[in-house]
Structure formats: C-alpha cells, structure tokens
Design a protein around this ligand. Structure first.
Ligand SMILES: NC(=O)c1ccc[n+]([C@@H]2O[C@H](COP(=O)([O-])OP(=O)(O)OC[C@H]3O[C@@H](n4cnc5c(N)ncnc54)[C@H](O)[C@@H]3O)[C@@H](O)[C@H]2O)c1
Length: 269
C-alpha cells in the first residue's frame, strides 16, 4: 500500500455486505491510511453485517436514510465530531428501485415508487452535497464520488427506471461539481462501473446472462468491485486534483467497444 489517503477523513455510504462495492472501498481506503465513518439506512444496519467491516476498519457506523434531510445533517455533524475535523472524501454508493423490486415493467411504472427511486438513487446526492456546502463540511480539494451505470447513456431494457435515476445522478454530479468547484475547489465525479455481482446488481432481471455478455464485450473483461475500489481511492487521493464533473467509465473498455470477436463468433455459421 502507498498511504495515498493518509490524514484524510471521509464518509462511506452503502456497504451492505461483503459483495457491496462500498465494502471494498472501505477496506481499501482503510489500507491506504484514511479514517472514515460508515453509513447505511437504519434497516440495512439492523441486518448486522456492517459491524464486521466497522471493526476491521476501526470505523464508527452511523445510520442515515439518504432521503431524510435530518438524518444527513446528523450524519455530517457526528462524522466531523468522531473524525475530529472536516471531510476530504465521500463515497455515494446507494441505489434502489421499488419498481424493479415489485416486478413492474418500464411501460407500467408506479409513479409513487418511481419518485422514491429517484429520491434514493439520485436526489440524495444533491441533498448530501447541499448539506455539506451549508455546513462547510468538506475541505478544499475534497473529492466526492458517486457510482453509476452506462444505462444512463444507452438503453439496457431490463435496467428499467434505474436508467432515468442514473441519468439524473450524473447530471447532479456535473451541476453540483461546477458549484462546489468554484465555491471551494471540491471535486464531484461519477464512476460508471461494469455489472458487478452485488445485492443491487443481482436484483436486475437477467443479470447473470448480462454479466457474461458484458464480460465478452469488454477487451479487459468486467471490472470487479475490488478494482472499482482502487479507482475510487485514486479519485479520493491528491493524484487526481483536477478531475471533476466527469462521468468516468470503469468497465474494461465496454463503453467504447462496438462489437467484440467473441460476440461476433456466436453469430458466425
Ligand atoms: N452492481 C452493479 O452491477 C452496479 C453497476 C454499476 C453501478 N452500480 C451502483 O453501485 C452502487 C452500489 O451498489 P452495489 O452494487 O454495491 O449494491 P449494494 O446493494 O451492496 O449497495 C446498495 C446500497 O444502497 C443502500 N441503500 C438503499 N436505500 C437506501 C436509503 N434509503 N438510505 C441509505 N442507503 C440506502 C443499501 O442499503 C445498500 O447498502 C449503486 O449506486 C449501484 O447502482 C452497481
């Protein structure tokens, strides 16, 4: 390890279990010398798995529902108190679709569910950044990273309403990145990650087949959660200070491949 995050303080959202991308980010950030708090929805904390991670990273766990202004305010105040100062990095690794959970097709959405999906998966980034700015909670050159998926740019039919949520998330990242950049030199970026076998990922219909398709379309293969954690750490570090307002593909080359030979071969007679 290289002490890339030595002396840095942060908050990591979204570690549910050992497969979660946020779980791997926490492990890597800890190994690189960062101190941070872990947060998740109160109901997710009750499942208990996060305690193991908190112990391993010597991190305090603070419950917060990302749709609650009050919870986010408390989370920021408590985190700065526990960590002994303002923040240098935040990972937003949160997503949930009620319509997907309830098996609704994109052409038959329940709009109350959809509002909840957008609130949890996208507007929460705005809520978080707005609260941080109001409290002046992030140090100059701090870095905020949110996780997204290429369905924001291209159609993947079974990704359903999450495609719309990710498009909004990426737009908020750019728009707030401008504001926070000019205000306090804080960076805001999204990482567009390969399909990854996690609870959220596997909830998407046909995920296993799609995972294999993406792997065969990507010259370097799918990026793993662990590799995504490495990219997050690089973006939290001082080595990427002028990277902001970007949607960064971390996908083994999938996003710029038209067709690959392994996929072509399946159609050759
Ligand atoms: N798994 C994939 O294939 C994939 C690909 C690209 C992007 N992503 C994105 O990565 C991020 C992390 O997902 P993951 O794949 O690690 O799955 P995950 O299920 O492990 O993580 C999703 C997290 O969101 C949390 N969450 C849901 N509702 C919440 C709320 N109201 N308040 C606070 N937290 C809440 C969950 O408790 C969970 O910890 C998501 O934004 C997801 O869309 C995932």
């Amino acid at each position: 390890m290289h002490n890339l995050l030595k002396g840095k303080r942060g908050i990591i959202f979204g570690a549910l279990d050992e497969n979660s991308i946020a779980w791997k980010v926490a492990e890597k950030a800890h190994a690189e010398g960062a101190v941070f708090t872990l947060t998740n929805a109160p109901v997710a904390l009750r499942l208990g798995a996060i305690k193991k991670l908190a112990d391993a990273c010597k991190a305090e766990t603070i419950g917060a529902d990302v749709t609650s202004d009050e919870d986010i305010d408390k989370l920021l105040d408590q985190s700065m108190e526990v960590l002994g100062g303002k923040l240098d990095f935040i990972l937003h690794s949160v997503g949930m679709s009620l319509n997907i959970r309830k098996g609704k097709a994109y052409t038959g959405l329940n709009y109350e569910f959809m509002k909840k999906t957008l609130d949890i998966s996208a507007i929460s980034l705005h809520r978080l950044l707005q609260a941080c700015m109001k409290k002046d909670a992030i140090n100059e050159w701090g870095s905020v990273v949110a996780l997204t998926y290429i369905a924001a740019q291209r159609v993947f039919p079974d990704y359903n309403e999450m495609a719309d949520a990710k498009a909004l998330l990426e737009s908020i990242s750019r728009s707030f990145g401008y504001q926070y950049g000019t205000h306090k030199k804080v960076r805001v970026n999204t990482i567009s990650q390969s399909p990854t076998k996690t609870t959220a990922g596997s909830g998407v219909k046909g995920f296993d087949a799609f995972f294999e398709y993406a792997a065969s379309m990507s010259p370097l293969g799918n990026a793993t959660a662990d590799e995504c954690a490495g990219y997050c750490v690089a973006l939290f570090s001082d080595l990427t200070r002028k990277v902001t307002m970007q949607n960064l593909f971390h996908d083994g080359g999938f996003s710029t491949t038209g067709v690959s030979l392994p996929v072509m071969k399946k159609f050759m007679s």
